[in-house]
Ligand binder design. Structure first.
Ligand code: ATP
Ligand code: MG
Length: 337
């Protein structure tokens, strides 16, 4: 069986980083018809680990994320889209997995460490936040997923999940499937920088181009994109390292030859930022226009979107309950079976 699980936090609309890091790959995998099951989770419970005081944000973004999914071409007939908080088995599994992880191991998780610094939690880290990698292990294993298409920031999470799986299997027998990370083959796509040049485009950092931005907004964002601060006159030789306009071309432009020529010209001098940005905007619009068109089909029908989520959640519940029963049996806590 080849099973995929992946998902996103409903903390905002999805952006180009999500698209190249994970969504685009998911759609390709979905349409390859090589996978038996595809589960796509809206991780609202995980979002609450750092948004406990802001339930409205999480609630509102359930629909936004679902719309983003449908707009990029995820199809409910092929991919099961569901809401994490509505799958009780995930929380039971998390409770048992927590016994297999040490606090110091959680504190060493590099992604969690980064996020703690970024969110200024300092010493008041919510316990749920520190433990979210364990709940992620439950999310992945509850569906017997062996393939997890995500961005690079998730690789420490996958590692932690694999450790939990090995530990549980060692104690209770071969119960869980060990998952593998699936990273984009295009290295630039594994961690797309923000339009401000910061290492990661992220909702939290506010440096995003959203899939739902209109053409005018995208044009304005491309215009303000970080390039090479030393490239002042058009005739000056420019740098392409850290120049996000070129990074985005690497991530989005299929015509690698033209990009290589432009890079060379830019480095030699004589190619202005305005021209490169104009080209990038055209390339981005090629991706974004069909996404906007599909979005328009669903946008005025939130009831239909909620129905898709409800149906997907029912399917997901069935599978996760099955796996939970298997784990409980192995743990010898199946008293009334
Ligand atoms: P938040 O700030 O709320 O954590 P986020 O922008 O980091 O939001 P997530 O919902 O945490 O988004 O991530 C969802 C998926 O998108 C993950 O697989 C993650 O690796 C991927 N992803 C997020 N940002 C990027 C990016 N800039 N480049 C590549 N992949 C990304
Ligand atoms: Mg994140």
């Amino acid at each position: 069986m080849k099973t995929i699980l992946t998902g996103d936090r409903p903390t905002g609309k999805l952006h180009l980083g999500h698209y190249v890091g994970s969504l685009r790959e998911r759609v390709k995998l979905q349409n390859s018809n090589e996978y038996d099951k595809i589960f796509i989770m809206i991780a609202d419970a995980q979002a609450l680990t750092d948004h406990a005081d802001n339930p409205s944000t999480v609630r509102e973004n359930i629909l936004n994320v679902a719309l983003d999914y449908l707009s990029v071409g995820l199809e409910p007939a092929k991919s099961t889209i569901f809401i994490q908080s509505q799958i009780p088995a995930l929380f039971e599994l998390t409770a048992y997995y927590l016994n297999l992880v040490t606090v110091s191991r959680l504190e060493r998780n590099p992604t969690v460490k980064n996020e703690i610094a970024q969110k200024n939690f300092e010493t008041s880290i919510p316990a749920g936040f520190l433990c979210y990698p364990v709940s992620q292990a439950a999310d992945i294993t509850a569906f017997d997923a062996n393939i997890v298409p995500v961005g690079e920031d998730q690789s420490p999470m996958l590692e932690q999940t694999r450790e939990i799986v090995r530990k549980l299997n060692e104690i209770y027998g071969e119960v869980l499937v060990e998952p593998n990370i699936f990273l984009s083959s295009n290295e630039t796509c594994r961690r797309l920088p923000g339009i401000d040049g910061k290492a990661k485009m992220s909702k939290t950092l506010g440096n995003c181009i959203y899939l739902s931005d209109d053409a005018k907004t995208v044009a304005a964002k491309v215009k303000e994109m970080y390039t090479d601060p030393l490239h002042i006159k058009v005739s000056d030789p420019g740098h392409i390292e850290g120049n996000v306009v070129f990074t985005y071309l690497d991530a989005f432009c299929e015509d690698k030859k033209t990009v290589a020529e432009m890079k060379e010209h830019y480095q030699r001098g004589g190619l202005g930022d305005v021209k490169v940005k104009k080209f990038l905007l055209e390339v981005l619009e090629e991706t974004l226009t069909p996404i906007r068109q599909r979005r328009a089909e669903y946008e005025n029908n939130p009831a239909e979107v909620m129905k898709i989520l409800k149906d997907g959640t029912a399917v997901a519940n069935e599978k996760a309950s099955e796996v939970l029963q298997r784990v409980k049996r192995a743990m010898k806590i199946n008293y009334f079976e």
